[in-house]
Design a protein around this ligand. Structure first.
Ligand code: HEM
Length: 136
């Protein structure tokens, strides 16, 4: 299960890097809008990775539940995982902006929401994985 957990993590990191490359091209005006099908596929694959991480994580967690539940760092890791799920729902809504309008044409609030959700996502991925490596 640890292998599946780590492979899922690598898979999500890879897809995120590819999706972010497209997002940066749109942000810098190099691409006017993004393609609906490609963006939907990225989003779907990131959801699959997140779900696979959670299921394999649960299998790893269960035999060690007494130790892990009394470990504050593990609780903080789960908090970041919950933030990642909530943020994935938010990104699912915000990404529609990139399908129809150039970044420069967005309102100040729309730009801020996009940049904030991207930053929250990067920070939460980093913290969840850094804490996992720290605990074990
Ligand atoms: C964003 C989601 C997650 C990320 C990025 C992540 C990342 C990682 C990484 C990199 C490791 C390997 C640590 C090592 O062996 O050195 C790990 C281990 C582990 N993860 Fe996760 N994880 C996530 C979600 C979860 C969830 C939701 C659970 C529990 C429900 C969980 C439970 C565990 C456990 C118990 C281990 C220790 C396995 C062992 O070393 O025997 N993880 N995680």
């Amino acid at each position: 299960m640890l292998v599946l957990h780590i492979l899922s993590f690598g898979f999500v990191l890879g897809i995120t890097a590819i999706a972010d490359k497209d997002a940066f091209l749109w942000l810098r005006g190099k691409k006017r809008v993004l393609e609906r099908k490609t963006l939907r596929n990225y989003h779907l694959m990131i959801w699959l990775g997140l779900i696979s991480l959670t299921i394999s994580g649960f299998y790893l967690f269960y035999p060690m539940r007494l130790f892990l539940l009394s470990n504050l760092l593990f609780d903080v890791k789960l908090l970041f995982v919950a933030i990642l799920f909530a943020n994935a729902i938010l990104i699912g809504r915000l990404m529609n902006l990139a399908l129809t309008r150039p970044f420069a044409a967005l309102t100040r609030n729309e730009k801020l929401s996009l940049v904030l959700s991207g930053a929250i996502s990067a920070f939460s991925w980093f913290c969840a994985s850094a804490i996992a490596l720290w605990i074990f």
